[in-house]
Design a protein around this ligand. Sequence first.
Ligand code: NOJ
Length: 571
Amino acid sequence: MALGDEWWREAVIYQIYPRSFADANGDGVGDLPGALTRIDDLADLGVDAIWFSPFMRSPQRDAGYDVADYRDIDPLFGTLVDFDAFLAAAHERGIRVIVDLVPNHSSVAHAWFQEALAAGPGSAARERYLFLDGRGSDGELPPNNWESEFGGSAWERITEPDGSAGQWYLHLFDSSQPDFNWRNPEVRAEFLDILRFWLDRGVDGFRVDVAHGLIKKEEMGDHQKPSNSGPMGSRDDLSPYRGQPEVHDIFREWHQVMAEYEGDRVLCAEAWLSTADKTALWVRRDEMHQAFNFGYLMTGWDPQALRDVITESLRAYPAVGAPATWVLSNHDVIRHATRLMLPPDQDDGIGPRSPRIPEHETGLHRARAATMLMLALPGSAYLYQGEELGLPEVVDIPDEARQDPTFARTQGRRYGRDGCRVPIPWTAGAPSAGFSETGETWLPQPEGWDVHARDVERADPGSTLNLYRRLLRERRARRLGRSVLVWIDDVGEDVLAFHNHDITVVVNFGEQPFPLPSGQVIAASGPLADAHLPTDTAVWIDSGGVPIGPETGGVPIVPSDIDDLVEKYGG
Ligand code: NOJ
C-alpha cells in the first residue's frame, strides 16, 4: 500500500545506482531493463520510493554526473521507453520514482559547452558557463585559487578557436564537468524546462545534485581557505561557492513548477552545509521539500554525538515545517558496515594501503544496530542499494581498475568512492553473483561476494535483508516516520533510548550489557542474552500499544525559532 498525502514526509527512499544494480544486456554495466527485472525484490523489501542516480546521456567521466543531454537516457542504460516501462511498473506497485538532476555543471560534451568553446570570449554562449581570463602576464595562471572537490585546481585552460592559449573555465568537480553560470537567465529557463520534461513523464520528484553550489560569489576572488575540508567541502563555511543566499530564489522557482503538477512531488537537496540549522532554510515551505542530513551521516558511532545531531535535526527541520531526513550510506561514502568502525571523516575512501581495514563481522553487527536506530526516527530515510544485504566497502580493488576521477586527480593519494559502487550480488553461484549473465562487471567484485547474495539472505531468517524487511514493515504500519521522538534520560552515557509513537528503542554502545525494558521485542539487531542488550546492539520494543508523546506526558523536542534561523543565516 502506498503512503498518502505528502508521502515524502515519512518515506523510505531506496537509491538505485544504476550501473551497479542489475545488468540485463550483459555488458557489465547495470541498466534500466535490468532494474525492471528486480523491481519485485524492492517491493518485497518494502520501500516507498526509488531514487535513481543519473542515467541521462553522458560520457560517464564521473559515472553519469557529467550530463551531455538532460532529456535522454544514455544508451548504456537503455532508452526513454525503458524508463517509462520502469516508472509504470513501479507505480503499479505503489512505489514512487525520483530522478537525479545535475544542475551545477554539465559534461564538456554538452552542446552548450561545445558551442561556448567555438564561440570565443565575450560571446553569449560563454556566458552560460563560468569562463574567465587567467592571471599572470599572459593569462597563464588560473583566475583564482579555488580547488576541485576531486583534487587539483578548479580551473582548466582552453585553446581558443584560433589556436591560441585561451580563457579558463570553472569546474568544481572533474575538468570534464564545467560549472554553469546560474546568474544567466538562459540557464535558469533551461532547467525549468528540463524539470517539466521529466515531470511530464510522471516522475515523483528530483534529487538535486550539488544544490549548495549553484551560485558562486559574484566577484570570484581568491578563497581565504581554498582547501576543501570535510566531504564535498562541507565544513567550509567561508566558501564562495557554497550556500550563497541567491540559491533560495532558484528553488522557489522550482517549487512553483512542481506545484503546477497534480499530486505530491518532492525536491530533495544534496546540500553539504555545516549544520542542520543552515540546511533547514533550504526546505522552507516554498523551497525544497527535503535535504539530505549529511551531519547525521558523518557522525561516528558515538551515543552523545548521535543524540546531539538527532536533537539538532528535530529542532531545525520542523521549525520550517519540513521533515528531518536520515541517511547512513550512499554512492559517495564508505558503506556504513565498514565506516562505523573507523573514525568519522573518511572522505578519502579506503583501499589496500589504508592503515586500518575493519573486520566485517563486527562492522556488520554495528551497522545493523545503526540501521535500527535510523529507521526508528521520525522523518524520511534514505537507503543505498546493497546496505540491506549488509555489504561492506570493497577494499581490494586494484589501482588499475579504479574509476573514480578522485583517484586519478590525486595520483592515488585518495582512493575515492569505487569501494561502495561495486555491482551488488543477487544469486549465489551465478556468474558475477547474478549481477550480469555474462559475468562481466565494470568494477571487480571481491572473492566471496556470494555470501551476501539476496537469494541466500532471503532464505535466512536472521539475515540483514530479513531484518530490513521486518523494520520497514513495522515502521510503515506504525507510522513511525510521522510520529514524535521523546528521549528517555537516565540510561547512562553509553546508551541511547527513546520512544517513538508506540515503540521504545534502546541502543547499547557500551561494553556492559544493558537491561531490556519490559514489553514485547519487535526486532533486535543481534542476539539478546538474559534479558540484556549486549554491546553494539539495538532493540525495538512494543510499549503495549500506548503512544508515548505529548498527549501522554512525554516531552518532545522543541523546534527552533524560524525567525532566529533566518536572522542568523539570511537568504
Ligand atoms: C555529488 C554526487 O553525489 C557525486 O557522486 C558527484 O561526483 C558530484 N556531486 C558531482 O556531480
